[in-house]
Design a protein around this ligand. Sequence first.
Ligand SMILES: Nc1ncnc2c1ncn2[C@@H]1O[C@H](COP(=O)(O)OP(=O)(O)O)[C@@H](O)[C@H]1O
Ligand SMILES: O=C(COP(=O)(O)O)[C@H](O)[C@H](O)COP(=O)(O)O
Length: 317
Amino acid sequence: MPDKNLRIRRAGPDEPRRRPVMIAIAGDSAAGKTTLTRGLVDALGPQRCVSLCTDDYHRYDRAERRDLPFTALHPDCNYLEIMEQHLQLLATGSPILKPVYDHATGELVRPELVEPAPIVIVEGLFPLHSRLSRACFDVTVFLDPPEEIRRGWKIARDTGKRGYSTEAVLAELDRREAESAAFIRPQRATADLVVRFAPIETRDDPADTPLSATVMLRPTIDHPDLTGVLQPGLTRAMHLKLERDPDGRPVESLHVHGYVPREESIAVEKAIWASLDAPDTDTPDCLGRVGDGRSEPLAIAQLLLLYHLMDLDRGRP
Ligand SMILES: Nc1ncnc2c1ncn2[C@@H]1O[C@H](COP(=O)(O)OP(=O)(O)O)[C@@H](O)[C@H]1O
Ligand SMILES: O=C(COP(=O)(O)O)[C@H](O)[C@H](O)COP(=O)(O)O
């Protein structure tokens, strides 16, 4: 009698399923994960891409969480082992029946079927939490805005869209701080790219200047050769710099400047888009969208991620 594992494998599908390209976008609450993800999903389209949010693996609903001694940022507050199993299934091309957490009501609702598209984007608080979850991804990103900016974004979003008062958001941010430091921020050290939207500290730009972006390109994966894009006329909008990674060794970073005139950023966006073997169209409008406004540094960061995803998708067997 063959080994049980072997029998199960033999009884499964004859053809191995096609493995999707998997990208993780991790970060704390209101770090900009959904905003970054939305542009990628819209640019790639539903035939090529599916996204999911790991907040759906919350173990307790909002009412239950009120009486617990920890917050949604604690591993014990989430079904992380099930999240890992689902990531493994998706990474090998299998569908999952994913739980659903409704941010509007705070309730856990009917699960939904997720079939892996060629590109799978996973955003949330915990996608890089364990060795097993990290192993499922081809590209990993951590969003790292300065805390005062993240707090401002969280207050604006949670009072505007999720029905909280400013006092309630501030109290929740304080309640979460220790767990953010213990469980969310350590994921930064494992990411291939660390993206930070912030003003440039050494400049005294007016307050309404769009935020710049720094994209740290760790040598854990191959990054696109940007020398073709960084033509002399375009380097005011974006340039590469060697910096010290706060988590380790010197690392190359892409600096994307929010203060340059929009036309210059758009010329960089067009150059990256043209180098993507993308359809012969203008850069899609969905890139760079923040609510009803636009951020060109966000569009450029999204194009860089699209470059990785399309490149990996093309290179698959
Ligand atoms: N790159 C950005 N530039 C400016 N504002 C941003 C950016 N990313 C996010 N925001 C603001 O922060 C808020 C929270 O972002 P969101 O994407 O919902 O965060 P998360 O999904 O990480 O919780 C958004 O509603 C938006 O107003
Ligand atoms: O922190 C997050 C992540 O969400 P995001 O990254 O979108 O902020 C939790 O999912 C909610 O805050 C849950 O708490 P509640 O729904 O009770 O506020």
